[in-house]
Design a protein around this ligand. Structure first.
Ligand SMILES: Nc1ncnc2c1ncn2[C@@H]1O[C@H](COP(=O)(O)OP(=O)(O)OP(=O)(O)O)[C@@H](O)[C@H]1O
Ligand SMILES: [Zn+2]
Length: 715
């Protein structure tokens, strides 16, 4: 405990360190380093939480763990190892998710400071909300490869984690994944879904079979609208059949289809069907890569402007029933496997996965994990076969692993530097030297002043429009109310996008309950479209997450989504949604301006002055502080705070505003629930917009909404 030695720290800081209670969230790459630093700095009252167990692949950078710890709780082993630095420290470890209801606001209030070392946005958002509620300073950190970032979040003083919109996580529409992939990632996502359909948690919106209701597959009439497909041939039949099926089956598991002798289609569950086939590699391969592709080819409209896929047959691929014993192929991680090799890998992985799956005896499912060899082999092989079929470049297993896991390789040094900065920031927080707690960015290349660590120029204050930390948060939800269902509003919008845990939603105008956090209370609403319940343009919803002590108003703004468009978009700052008239005026003014510019440019080029530079439209959107331009960096060898980071680029910030105290939880009692009949009655009484049938027959939620592909970012 070097820092506890007299003279290392000023006495006051030494005292503060000794008597502070801190929480570390995450015991991975950064968390292990943070814990070690805290203990070595003299902190003696620490709690640490991590939901995971130690994986072999963690050992190259998580130095509190060793080979014998593989499979054990990260938090618990981290605690044991850290105690070896100071056996007198009191460290409590929780092998649990920080989002569990066991760790509510009261739990967070115990701490003087929270240091988060997480790897995903959902958990970060949650910790952010808990710290705001408990009014505990949070030091938030993250790394991505050589880039690292540490920032302080303190209620009323700084931006919170959700004050600035984050880059959209990359996601793909369902019909692109199921019908018209054009990039390797589309095939990788499809292969992961296939894994889940066979062995994992099978989600309806991860269906891998062709989507016959794809609007692109329909004929367009002269006006450009949707027309029914041609009445002749199987195509129509299939589309009709699928339409009906989709309408009737929405919930239950589905997928496999087999034609009986009399031409009827018997629906069977893909998972069950695969089991019934004894996981015969040839049969499964032919279904996914031959029959389903042949079916897709019948949707001829899809291939008018695209290159048509070419089905692959197992027997042509691996003649003579070749069993696929080439085990070593799968070990060639950097090689791009041939299609035959993919076939071998597929067969071997299928054998292993099905054996593991059957051992579970229907009680559980397998979880896809990039570090699980057969699971990764399976996805790599299937993704490549599909890529081959759609004439997309194939990738090596190594590349696919990185794309499937969205991995930017973790760099131990960056983690160590970032954790070091986190703990140095912790000292400043304890001393309440807030101005010295500016965010710091670690970067690969030195800036013009030869610095690798660059602090922000200022401590950005809270965004008054933030939908989390503002005193009365509200968002506008642009949403296709004719295609999105209440269940999707809850799961995709409120939980996945707005990060609530278990929301209650009421309609502001009449208090009717749309979504209840009590199980079963509003089940009858779940399958209904928003528009069916008169949740249409202009309606305001009140959302309340009791556990997060979080209330949010949602203003519904309806739009008709196009085929490849996601069905909703959260607009945190309502001023971005200009009234239509104003928008038109603005567009007209811009148009005029453009014409004017063009005229000037023409004149200039006529005068030999060259083209004018188009700087593109300006945006008033605030962005998260990003790394500063090299030329703009100032003396900032970090940590020893320089007060004069003068010409560092400053991201527009709002003035500090004092937060209102956290709201007292006001859990609604079940007795206040309005029965379904009431809802129907109230909703029917509104004539804002008729609850007409949906335009598109697709009943599925776009892939993009249901399975955002996470991209690790350091924000
Ligand atoms: N909700 C959560 N509650 C508690 N811990 C969490 C939660 N979400 C993520 N974590 C933990 O945060 C840590 C982040 O560490 P890190 O980024 O090094 O990830 P990793 O899983 O150890 O490594 P990699 O993802 O590169 O294999 C992980 O140990 C992870 O288990
Ligand atoms: Zn905020």
């Amino acid at each position: 405990m070097a820092a506890a030695i007299d003279g290392v720290f000023p006495d006051t800081l030494q005292e503060l360190v000794k008597k502070s209670k801190v929480l570390v969230v995450g015991a991975g790459g950064i968390g292990c380093e943070v814990l070690k630093n805290l203990v070595l700095s003299g902190f003696t009252d620490i709690e640490i939480i991590d939901l995971d167990t130690i994986d072999l692949s963690n050992l190259n950078r998580q130095f509190l763990f060793h080979r014998e710890h593989v499979g054990k709780s990260k938090a618990k082993v981290a605690r044991e190892s850290a105690l070896s630095f100071n056996p007198d420290a009191k460290i409590t470890a929780y092998h649990d998710s920080v989002t569990s209801t066991d760790y509510g606001v009261t739990f967070f209030k115990k701490f003087d400071l929270v240091l988060s070392a997480l790897d995903n946005r959902a958990a970060r958002n949650h910790v952010n909300r808990m710290c705001l509620n408990a009014d505990v300073p949070l030091i938030e950190s993250g790394t991505a490869g050589y880039n690292g970032q540490v920032e302080l979040i303190k209620r009323g003083l700084t931006q919170c984690y959700e004050c600035t919109p984050k880059d959209k996580q990359r996601s793909f529409p369902g019909c692109t994944i199921r019908n018209t992939p054009s990039e390797p990632i589309h095939c990788i996502v499809w292969a992961k879904h296939l894994f889940n359909q066979l062995f994992g948690e099978s989600l309806e919106d991860e269906d891998i079979s062709p989507d016959a209701a794809d609007p692109d597959a329909k004929e367009k009439d002269e006006a450009g609208g949707d027309a029914e497909p041609k009445a002749d041939g199987e195509e129509k039949e299939k589309a009709e059949e699928s339409k009906e099926e989709k309408e009737e089956e929405s919930k239950e598991e589905k997928d496999g289809k087999e034609a009986t002798a009399n031409g009827n289609v018997v629906r069977i569950n893909t998972r069950q069907w695969a089991k019934d086939c004894n996981y015969d590699a040839g049969k499964l391969f032919n279904k996914f890569f031959n029959e389903d592709i042949t079916y897709l080819l019948r949707m001829s409209n899809l291939w008018k402007t695209r290159k048509a896929p070419v089905p692959v047959q197992w027997d042509n691929l691996l003649p003579d029933g070749s069993s696929g014993d080439q085990k070593d192929v799968a070990k060639q991680h950097h090689k791009v496997w041939s299609i035959e090799e993919c076939g071998h890998v597929f067969a071997n992985a299928l054998k292993e996965l099905s054996a593991s799956f059957l051992k579970l005896e229907g009680e559980d499912t397998l979880a896809w994990d990039k570090d699980d060899q057969p699971a990764m082999d399976f996805v790599a092989a299937c993704a490549n076969v599909r890529s081959h079929i759609f004439n997309i470049e194939r990738k090596s297993r190594f590349e696919i692993k990185s794309m499937a896991g969205n991995i930017i390789p973790a760099i131990a040094t960056t983690n160590a530097i970032t954790a070091g900065i986190s703990v140095m920031r912790a000292f400043k927080v304890l001393e309440a030297k807030w101005e010295q707690c500016k965010a710091v960015y670690a970067r690969l290349r030195p800036n013009a002043r030869n610095h690798f660590l660059v602090p922000d120029a200022s401590l950005p204050g809270p965004n008054p429009n933030c939908y989390v930390c503002a005193s009365d948060p509200a968002i506008t939800l642009k949403i296709d109310t004719k295609r999105l269902r209440i269940r999707e509003l809850r799961d995709e919008v409120l939980v996945k996008t707005l990060n609530m845990l278990n929301p209650d939603v009421t309609v502001q105008s009449n208090g009717s309950i749309l979504i209840s956090s009590e199980e079963g209370e509003t089940e009858c609403n779940e399958g209904k479209l928003l528009s069916e319940l008169n949740i249409v343009d202009g309606v305001i919803l009140k959302c309340d997450d009791f556990f997060q002590n979080y209330e949010l108003s949602i203003i519904i703004s309806h739009f008709d989504a196009e085929r490849d468009q996601t069905l909703f978009e959260v607009v945190a700052d309502a001023s971005q949604l200009k009234p239509k008239e104003e928008e038109q005026k603005k567009e007209a003014a811009e148009e005029e301006e453009k014409e004017e510019e063009q005229k000037t440019a023409k004149k200039r080029s006529a005068n030999g002055e060259g083209d004018s530079k188009d700087d593109g439209p300006s945006t008033s959107k605030r962005s998260r502080p990003t790394e500063v331009d090299d030329e703009d960096d100032d003396d900032c060898l970090v940590i020893e705070e320089d007060e004069d980071e003068a010409d560092v680029v400053v991201v527009a910030t709002d003035k500090l505003s004092v937060q209102s105290p956290p709201k007292v939880g006001s859990k609604r009692k079940p007795s206040e629930v309005i029965e379904d009949e009431d809802i129907t009655e109230i909703l029917d009484s509104s004539d804002d917009e008729p609850a007409g049938p949906t335009k598109s027959k697709r009943s599925r939620l776009d892939e993009s909404l249901s399975n955002p592909v996470e991209v690790i970012s350091i924000d």
